[in-house]
Design a protein around this ligand. Structure first.
Ligand SMILES: Nc1ncnc2c1ncn2[C@@H]1O[C@H](COP(=O)(O)OP(=O)(O)OP(=O)(O)O)[C@@H](O)[C@H]1O
Ligand SMILES: [Mg+2]
Length: 355
């Protein structure tokens, strides 16, 4: 972890839930998420498609759009307060200035009628940037660092750039206003492996130079292994496991995290070693209302998983929500449902990994 800049604000997401209105009523996409983004660290959120990662990322800017809405919880950003209650101009200013954001599929979100440079100036003006030439210089330098001809890219329209180039433009736009919190949603999906490695290295460099608080959302465990200090694993709208990346990937505690890791095909070795998780991840309408959200696919499922919400266990710097893990830590003589254990917390995550 590098805390090079004490100005970087921390973010505390507490008991956050988001629902989408559908014909079947309001369905949960994010449920009771507690997550702390520690200043100066990169937090990675991984999970399968539809697990709620982008919805969680949008909540950080209070940018969930109808038919979605934040139904409960808070997102406290140091110096800004709870963004869930920000509105109007205050909210618009917070986006961009305080929180830089790359949307998923950012490569498709540029305006086709304007050059990248023109869009950059629009962005600067909408955030009252006085030094527009300075902004252009910074943009050019970021694009150059990401292996492109920055001046040429600023002069280009979207159709003149490849998908991977547009994705890097998206990253530049998230970084150029010098926000201290940066949220990157699938920042490297359109990139080949070599370019991906370069871009991840540059994101890490900029993060360290500026001492940012960074959130990277991805379905790719390789990306988080490469870049994230801390890792949060999402399934069916819930965070099932969190902790320092190396510890979580080195010794996963939640059966879902173990399944994800086993499903990665190795470049070298027997291809049969990669085992896909059985079944499918839940969709909005099929997330079970009670009990453990992962139980249908779980190899260590127990009766209690059907109805009981998994206890949230804090084990050193790690957090895991699992009945089986709770059982493992339970002394034989104590009943499994005893709630008053030191290691069991149901409150938000606090203060772990403060160096
Ligand atoms: N506008 C919407 N209307 C209805 N349901 C939505 C909407 N946006 C997302 N959802 C649903 O919410 C759930 C979470 O979606 P989200 O985009 O957050 O997942 P994700 O983890 O980012 O997936 P991916 O890896 O595919 O990007 C999914 O079941 C999705 O179908
Ligand atoms: Mg997404």
């Amino acid at each position: 972890m590098s805390v090079t800049d004490k100005r970087a604000p921390g973010v505390r997401i507490s008991d956050l839930s988001v629902v989408y209105r559908t014909q079947a009523g309001e369905l949960p996409a994010v449920r009771g998420v507690d997550l702390e983004l520690v200043p100066g660290t990169i937090t990675g959120v991984v999970g399968e498609s539809g697990s709620g990662k982008s919805t969680l990322a949008l909540s950080l800017l209070n940018a969930v759009q109808p038919p979605g809405r934040i139904s409960s919880g808070s997102v406290e950003i140091d110096g800004l307060g709870d963004v869930v209650s920000l509105t109007g101009d205050n909210l618009r200013k917070a986006r961009g200035r305080h929180v830089g954001y790359v949307f998923q599929a950012a490569q498709n979100s540029l305006n086709p009628l304007k050059t990248v440079g023109k869009q950059l100036l629009d962005l600067g003006r909408s955030h009252d940037v006085d030094d527009l030439p300075g902004l252009v210089k910074e943009a050019r330098s970021l694009l150059d660092r990401m292996g492109m001809d920055g001046a040429r890219v600023l002069d280009s329209h979207q159709h003149e750039l490849s998908g991977g180039m547009r994705q890097r433009v998206g990253i530049m736009l998230a970084l150029v206003l010098n926000a201290h919190i940066v949220v990157l949603d699938e920042p490297t999906t359109a990139l080949d492996m070599i370019t991906q490695a370069t871009i991840l290295r540059i994101i890490r460099e900029v993060h360290e130079e500026r001492g940012l608080t960074t959130l990277v959302i991805t379905h790719d465990l390789g990306v988080v292994a490469e870049i994230a200090d801390r890792l949060a694993v999402m399934y069916g709208g819930r965070l099932v496991e969190q902790g320092p990346t190396r510890e979580v990937l080195g010794a996963p505690k939640h059966p879902y995290t173990r399944g994800l890791l086993q499903a990665i095909p190795r470049l070298v070795g027997d291809i049969d070693e990669a085992r896909a998780l059985p079944g499918r991840p839940p969709t909005l309408g099929t997330i079970p209302p009670d009990g453990c959200v992962f139980r249908e696919r779980c190899a260590v499922r127990m009766d209690v998983c059907e109805t009981g919400e998994p206890p949230v266990l804090t084990i050193g710097p790690r957090i895991v929500a699992c009945h089986a893990e709770a059982g493992e830590r339970e002394p034989e003589s104590e009943p499994a449902e005893e709630p008053e254990k030191e290691t069991v917390t149901t409150g938000p995550v606090r203060g772990e990994e403060q160096a």
